[in-house]
Design a protein around this ligand. Structure first.
Ligand code: SAM
Length: 447
């Protein structure tokens, strides 16, 4: 963490715009405050950073950026910092997590802490002792380098094999911003042209024919393409999971775990607003976020169904749906690039319950599919137990279904050879530049 000293600045009344930038000590204090909140409230990092920015009106744009960068640097290196602190025998505190930085000599922290009104308190004896004997990074184990709890690092080695180091490094990197073009409103070419005309760097995604990738994040709520419903943020992997359904106009399609509708919107566009798309979820708060998105996207063939949808769906649709998408609840481990703090909250002990729910949804969803119809199972997980092992379980318990080869399953336009062999879509940050994602399509035999 490189810090340059600016002239000590006196902040005026909190709540008024400052004339001088925050001092490095004040930025450090803010970073420690934010890290402490993220850890203690178990809150999402971006939310805590945004809340700090809102209440710290004295902070200028550079201060905000510097503090956010410091916070994310700590979060992306949390494994190494935890390991370094543990090796000293000290108890991990938010302050030590921030200060256990191999690139910053102890004297820098001594100078900053306790220096001025807005600085963090001076280092205590325990902190000085710990920071004086941080171990050499050369001895760090895989879990620390990969920024993952040890038992999780062990689980994912089964997924990645020889690529483990590279995959885990990519999973700890920054995700680009992928957009999905809403084909009810436009096409990729016109959206790309408009983005570039607005001075935004953008390129087509390599695998999804609906996607555009922005290397740098931009504020979408200010963008007219977004406000007019031409684009939605959606990782390329999630786009591909939706495309694997290959929903067609005039069909009956069920999105059984629709959430706030990321994939529902893609399915509605694929159906050209024709036929019926049932969007179900047992979380009313997520479903509530769906309606405004449908409106913005001009998606009109959707029936929203809440928590107790299954009995009604079975009465109305058993054995009649052309396609069912099961984008099931999962560990979310494939999306850890986006929220680097989440990996430290993942509790492997909860996995059994999640697996049980996934199997329940697979069995429920299967009942809805008509003979000759398609069931797609998808997770944003990198854990084999939620992915291939669930697909194996499903096939072993539902003899009326067979695995559909990917080459036969994709709609026209999905041509990338990397995702056309075999019958399981396994996407990873290192190999594909996407979130970690799994999807498999199953076809019900003709009666
Ligand atoms: C991975 S999220 C879905 C994300 C969504 N498909 C999208 O693309 O934005 C999984 C969803 O499953 C829902 N869920 C969990 N158990 C369910 C159940 N028994 N029936 C329906 N939905 C369920 C959760 O509320 C959550 O919204």
């Amino acid at each position: 963490m490189c810090m340059t000293w600016r002239s000590p600045a006196k902040r005026r009344t909190i709540g008024r715009r400052a004339e001088a930038p925050m001092t490095p000590a004040a930025r450090l204090a803010a970073s420690i405050e934010i890290i402490a909140e993220i850890l203690q409230r178990a809150a999402a990092a971006d939310r805590v950073v945004t809340e700090w920015q809102r209440r710290s009106r004295f902070a200028g744009a550079k201060d905000r950026r510097a503090v956010a960068e410091m916070v994310y640097a700590v979060l992306r290196e949390q494994g190494m910092r935890r390991w370094r602190v543990a090796a000293t025998g000290a108890e991990l505190t938010p302050r030590l997590l921030v200060l256990a930085d191999a690139a910053t000599p102890l004297h820098v922290w001594r100078d900053l802490c306790g220096n001025g009104t807005y600085a963090p308190p001076a280092l205590d004896e325990t902190e000085i002792a710990a920071l004086s004997k941080l171990p050499s990074d050369e001895d760090a184990p895989l879990w620390a380098r990969a920024n993952l709890p040890p038992e999780v690092a062990e689980m994912v080695q089964a997924t990645f094999g020889a690529d483990t180091e590279m995959e885990l490094a990519a999973l700890n990197g920054r995700a680009p911003l992928d957009l999905r073009v809403n084909t009810l409103q436009g096409n990729r070419e016109m959206v790309l042209e408009q983005l570039r005309a607005d001075g935004i760097a953008a390129a087509f995604t390599p695998m999804s024919p609906l996607g555009i990738r922005l290397p740098e994040r931009v504020r979408l709520d200010m963008n007219s393409l977004y406000r007019d419903g031409l684009i939605e943020p959606q990782d390329e992997a999630a786009q591909l999971a939706g495309l694997l359904v290959d929903a067609k106009p005039d069909e009956t399609v069920v999105d059984l775990c629709a959430g706030a509708g990321g994939k529902t919107l893609l399915l509605a566009a694929a159906m050209r607003n024709q036929g019926v798309l049932h969007a179900c979820d047992n979380d009313p708060r997520r479903l509530a976020r769906l309606s405004p998105r449908l409106e913005r996207a001009h998606a009109r063939n959707i029936v929203i169904r809440d928590a107790d949808a299954m009995p009604d769906l079975l009465r109305e649709l058993e054995g009649n749906a052309d396609r069912v998408l099961l984008d099931v609840p999962c560990s979310g481990s494939g999306t850890w690039r986006r929220n680097p703090e989440a990996r430290w909250r993942y509790d492997p002990a909860s996995l059994d319950e999640v697996l049980r729910r996934q199997r329940g949804l697979l069995s429920d969803g299967a009942k809805l599919v008509r003979p000759g119809g398609r069931l797609v199972y998808a997770t944003c997980s990198i854990l084999p137990a939620e992915n291939g092992e669930q697909a194996d379980w499903f096939l072993a318990h539902h003899a009326e279904f067979t695995a559909l080869p990917l080459a036969e399953a994709w709609p026209a336009g999905v041509t990338d050879q990397r995702i056309r062999s075999g019958n399981r879509l396994v996407l990873t940050p290192y190999r594909h530049g996407t979130d970690g994602f799994f999807a498999a399509a199953f076809q019900r035999g003709q009666a």
